[in-house]
Ligand binder design. Structure first.
Ligand code: FES
Length: 554
């Protein structure tokens, strides 16, 4: 009676408490997260579907992580969202949850929470913005910003033109409409089987986005009835499918970190090397920025992710089960492709197999590093150059415009202390802009090495996620300006040409940086965060505890 009475303050009729499935709708809506600002309307569509199927929907807020405003980086809070949502899913009397996400970290954060609780769950991402339009051409969010910043520095664009262009880029609700991290993670949720077919690509303002959300509301009630939980859907086979789909769509390197963390929650064995090995025979089929030309709206009209998954055919585990209750193969059997310039055929790919994410190792990255080949310059994939070392992106930015900076196009820019512990939160700073004097000379790319991440919308020959990071005492901390570094992507190596004896000597002289925080979340995070090669989860959050409240807390 107590539970009902308090809930009836919202005006519910008594029969909704008759034992029907209670469906939580976890929303990451916030005006501080502009990519997610329409999710309260998406939630209304989900509620329609839940009521329609005989469930009882209740919407509740979870942490909204807006990529563009949060300092020092939204990634610092992905695990906090996952922890908060996990506890809310478990502590409230819910039978199933609908996960409403959009901006980059909200999708993996909610999936990680659902995995650790293992309640029936379905994801509904908010969808991409409409294509940006500027001066008669399509412009992609994120990707265009990097280019315009370079154009502004090089004097090819005025500040007034930038003000005008930025509004042209963001002309509707939705997340970034390049194949950046948000679009990639929405696609990963769909490839894993955790959201309905076509969900990743419907533009945020498309009526079918809302129709799909209503359908998801119906489906979650079925999932509760059939007890089809996330651990039954997100199996090793599902992860292998997702990794291959990520290669086919030219997806973000951030997917590597998020999928590793998600697998860790589920106890699915997955390693960094799986990403290279599984993607090796998968060509890039999708011609989307930042690797290609088109944007998510075009991807939607061309057939979306089901068209890609159908094209991949035997490269996927056809029998993997999804939230529809059907298999991957059944979901995509009839999926048409309407534009072969956007979604290429397997026998006529956009980029050949082996051009996806490469996993590098060597004395500079004993636990691995990654490089997105499709976003890199082919002539730099085998490169030897002298290191120019900076202990923070800020230190580099302070001299980037210096005409006397001792750098040329062969220099290898090393920017370190940007990892999970070091910055903290492993921000997307690895693709530092090129030195101004080189930009003005027409240089468009240089090798950069960093223990941070790179935005999924960015491009360049950038070695990312170096593990262990400098702040954890990785060899990256021991590089000195003037050292020779060899990058050899075809042989998957990253070599600092310094003898083991000299490295040992430098290691003895190295002292760890002081803690970045004395208290609070950042202290908890830096004390417990794992390295990039295992997904940057907190050590005590790895794994699952089910949806029962632990007995000793009753
Ligand atoms: Fe939110 Fe790009 S800033 S998805």
């Amino acid at each position: 009676m107590g539970h009902r009475s308090w809930m009836r303050s919202q005006g519910f009729t008594p029969e909704v408490f008759d034992g029907r499935p209670v469906i939580g709708i976890a929303t990451t809506w916030s005006e501080l997260a502009p990519c997610n600002v329409h999710l309260h309307r998406v939630a209304e569509s989900v509620k329609r579907g839940v009521w329609q199927a005989g469930g009882f929907p209740l919407e509740f807020p979870t942490m909204a992580l807006g990529e563009t405003l949060l300092r020092p980086t939204a990634m610092l809070y992905r695990n906090l969202l996952a922890m908060e949502a996990e506890e809310l899913f478990r502590a409230n009397p819910l039978d199933g949850v609908v996960l409403l996400s959009g901006c980059d970290k909200t999708t993996p954060g909610l999936l990680m929470a659902a995995a650790s609780v293992d309640l029936p769950a379905i994801m509904v991402t908010g969808g991409p913005k409409l294509n940006g339009k500027y001066q008669g051409a399509d412009v992609g969010s994120g990707t265009a910003v990097w280019r315009w910043e370079e154009d502004l520095v090089a004097g090819r664009m005025t500040q007034e033109e930038c003000f005008f262009a930025e509004a042209c880029m963001s002309r509707s609700d939705g997340h970034c409409m390049t194949m950046g991290t948000a679009s990639t993670m929405a696609s990963m949720a769909e490839a894993l089987g955790m959201q309905l077919p076509y969900s990743a690509a419907w533009p945020a303002v498309d009526a079918r986005r809302y129709e799909t959300a209503q359908r998801a509301g119906q489906v979650i009630v079925d999932l509760v009835t059939s007890d089809l939980t996330p651990s039954k859907i997100m199996t090793r086979q599902a992860f292998e499918n997702a990794i291959r789909v990520n290669a086919a769509i030219g997806g973000s390197t951030n997917a590597v970190i998020h999928l590793l963390a998600l697998a860790g929650r589920l106890g699915v064995p997955l390693t960094l090397d799986d990403f290279d090995a599984l993607a090796a025979d998968v060509p890039t089929l999708v011609n989307l920025q930042p690797s290609g030309k088109y944007l998510m709206e075009d991807f939607c009209y061309a057939g979306g992710l089901p068209a890609v998954m159908r094209e991949l055919g035997d490269l996927l585990h056809a029998g993997a089960i999804t939230v529809t209750g059907r298999t991957v193969a059944e979901n995509v059997a009839e999926a048409p492709c309407w534009n072969r310039d956007v979604i290429h055929a397997l026998d006529d790919p956009f980029q050949p197999a082996g051009t996806g994410t490469a996993v590098l190792r060597g004395n500079l990255a004993p636990d691995g590093a990654v490089l997105k080949q499709s976003a890199a310059s082919p002539h730099l994939l085998k490169h030897r150059g002298r290191a120019l070392v900076f202990d923070s992106p800020e230190a580099y930015h302070a001299v980037v415009a210096d005409p006397d900076l001792d750098a040329d196009e062969d220099t290898v820019l090393v920017v370190r202390y940007c990892g999970p512990k070091g910055y903290p939160g492993m921000p997307e700073v690895s693709n530092v802009p090129l030195p101004k004097k080189l930009l003005q000379r027409g240089v468009r790319d240089m090798v950069r090495i960093c223990d941070g991440r790179m935005s999924g919308t960015a491009y360049g020959t950038v070695v990312l996620h170096v593990a262990p990071e400098a702040a954890a005492g990785g060899p990256l901390a021991l590089v000195r300006t003037g050292d020779w570094i060899t990058l050899d992507v075809p042989s998957r190596t990253l070599t600092l040409e310094v003898s083991p004896e000299e490295l040992a000597r430098r290691g003895n002289e190295w002292t760890p940086p002081p803690p970045v925080a004395a208290r609070g979340w950042t202290r908890l995070y830096t004390d417990h965060v794992l390295q990039a090669d295992t997904g940057v989860d907190l050590d005590f959050l790895v794994g699952a505890s089910g949806h029962d409240i632990p007995r000793d807390s009753h």
